[in-house]
Ligand binder design. Structure first.
Ligand SMILES: Cc1ncc(COP(=O)(O)O)c(C=O)c1O
Length: 338
């Protein structure tokens, strides 16, 4: 089919396609602990998108930066927690495109590790030249953005606001493309029924994948592991709403609400606070596969993936694909956990 994304402004940032590789040793380790054996296990390496440490935001930012440039903007503004991977990737994307970048980072995660407020993504944000504004957890976000946008405009610049996680319909287009890439990769391996499992947070990744499936009409189903909010049902509803907006942007029919499957069992106490299962998953995958996950997203996502596999939740498919969405710099901010 002709590329359904070709009519949207796009600024090339990612090294694509990212590798799709089989996790033979992880599967062997899990097979020892269960009967019957699990489906084949794959990993889609979106940590290898290539932009300043890689990760899922690179694909979204291709469309968001494309849109910013098409609108004549010269300054990108975005937001997240202090250790936001999205903020780091946005700073890198802006640098690549020759745009200024302002990061409004909320000190919202009650984590007291000694490196949390200086290392990891925050260190990289500084190196990438971002203008960093740190706000307290209880700051009025709307008022803060209004102030920052007005200040940029008063200086004669044109700001472009990227929402948290790059999760709007434009950003989600990046994961429509990723879905098509994964589905084609599985077809090339002659794999039939399959499922993609990934860490879900601001929702643009899952909304894009679900919309990609709607566009293609067939292919792997999608299960998100909630690493973000305690109200999983409300979060699934907002991901579905975003998928509907993404479908409307593409001019296709909306996916059904039940296309969004979100597992809320692996968040732990709250976003950004480590769990024992996360630590075990990060170490297991590092030691079996030589792949580094992260403490906030993919570590909890993989904890969910492993627990689901061991519980036999995916016995109905031939293959599972864990989508590695990046985040490795976060390990340095949580160094005391390992
Ligand atoms: C490493 C990593 N994985 C997963 C996610 C979740 O993606 P989304 O916000 O699109 O749900 C994020 C988002 O910040 C992330 O940084």
């Amino acid at each position: 089919m002709p590329d359904p994304l070709s009519r949207f402004p796009r600024f090339q940032l990612a090294h694509l396609p990212t590798p799709l590789t089989e996790m033979v040793r992880l599967r062997a380790a899990l097979t020892e602990r269960m009967e019957p054996p699990p489906p084949r296990l794959f990993i889609k390496r979106d940590d290898c998108t290539g932009l300043a440490g890689g990760g899922n935001k690179t694909r979204k930012l291709e469309f968001l930066i494309g849109d910013a440039l098409a609108k004549g903007c010269d300054t990108v503004v975005t937001t997240g927690a202090l250790q936001s991977n999205h903020a780091r990737q946005t700073a890198a994307a802006a640098a690549t495109a020759g745009l200024r970048c302002v990061l409004v980072l909320f000190d919202s995660v009650p984590y007291e590790g000694h490196a949390y407020r200086g290392s990891g993504n925050l260190l990289l944000d500084r190196i990438l030249g971002a203008d960093i504004r740190i706000e307290p957890a209880d700051a009025d976000a709307g008022a803060v953005f209004a102030r920052v946008m007005a200040e940029i405009e008063a200086g004669g610049s044109r700001p472009y606001l990227v929402p948290v996680g790059g999760s709007n319909a434009v950003g989600s287009l990046g994961y429509v493309g990723a879905y098509l890439e994964i589905a084609d990769g599985l077809d090339a391996l002659r794999i039939g029924a399959a499922r993609i499992v990934h860490a879900s947070s601001s929702g643009g990744t899952q909304a894009g994948l679900v919309t990609g499936r709607q566009l293609r009409g067939r292919g792997p189903s999608v299960t998100g592991v909630n690493v973000y909010r305690s109200d999983t049902d409300a979060m699934a509803a907002s991901i579905h709403a975003l998928a509907c907006k993404t479908a409307a942007l593409l001019g296709i029919s909306a996916p059904a609400a039940d296309a969004v499957t979100l597992d809320g069992r692996y968040l732990g106490e709250r976003y950004g606070i480590p769990t024992a299962e996360m630590r075990m998953a990060v170490e297991l995958v590092a030691r079996q596969e030589g792949v580094l996950l992260d403490p906030v997203y993919t570590g909890k996502g993989m904890a969910g993936f492993i627990a689901q596999v061991l519980a036999g939740d995916h016995a109905d498919v031939e293959a599972l694909v864990f989508l590695h969405t990046g985040g490795m710099p976060g390990l340095f901010a949580y160094d005391g956990e390992f």
